[in-house]
Design a protein around this ligand. Sequence first.
Ligand code: TXA
Ligand code: MG
Length: 320
Amino acid sequence: MITRDLDLALDRLRHGGLVAIPTETVYGLAADAEQPDAVHRIFAAKGRPADHPLIVHLAGIEAADGWIDPSADDRVLGWVAALAAACWPGPLTMLVPRGPRVLDAVTGGRPTVGIRVPAHPLTLQLLERLAGGLAAPSANRFGRVSPTTAAHVLSDLAGHLDPERDAILDGGACPIGVESTIVDLTVTPPQVLRSGGIDAADIARILSIEVTGASGPSRASGMLIAHYAPACEVVVVDDAAAAAIEVASRQGQRVRVLDRTDDLVTAARELYADLRRADDDGLDALVAVLPPAEGLGHALRDRLVKASVGSRRDRPNPAG
Ligand code: TXA
Ligand code: MG
């Protein structure tokens, strides 16, 4: 099912198939955003509730016609243009009023849609040739760890994809490793709903306005408190000394410390592989040292805290 053949991937998408696509953040599980049956199959393959909206991936801002409401407020359209010029292709998803090409199946009936132009050459070529949009969530089972290689996608979704209709397009390991920043441009001031490679301070500088950060109430489902969870227990601590105390308290258990706080770019790129490895190695617990809350550190802290809540055995995991 893993392929590097762009013609095959395009053919599968045109015929209503699902194609896992490489992006600079994580792999997405894509369908032609204008084929409702194909979009419904994404939810079935992921085991994801139908009311959790999907991001539409586009080839560029010039391809955004019809995806954004043309009668949207000029101020919002101005923000889109400024952020697109500064950040696309790249790890930024913008929530905007939806245009006529957006299906209810993609947004769960919401009046807004998330759009982004991913920075991966294979996927950009695919989008250009499709001349449309690709609806794609991360290519993992719902609530679990996002995939950053084609092999991760296969191990999560092999039993849920059809080898005759679907495919996994192998574009190598994802260089950023955590999901895009999501900024809601339909509220004033704009609000970051999920932290990622571009932080609220970057967006505020580009737009020359105040931007609300990712803390507080939110409408993105990635903000479910339990998410990104491996099967083993994840314990977060503030520093190496606290990690040593945690390890010492777990005599007889298989425990590993995850401390990549000296290099946050590598920490992000390797995060989901690190979480998967903890399960592959049959650990009882992974003790993760939180990086400082700045730049990429915001995204890393968010994912690690959610992984820790999602993995806690003393409470049910609402993300399943
Ligand atoms: O980096 C990424 O964003 C990756 C790659 C594949 O592009 N995609 C990704 O998609 O992480 P997903 O579905 O796993 O996470 C998207 C989040 C979900 O929490 C979803 O609920 C939220 O974005 N979202 C999408 N459209 C939305 C909308 N119209 N309103 C509110 N939240 C939205
Ligand atoms: Mg996801």
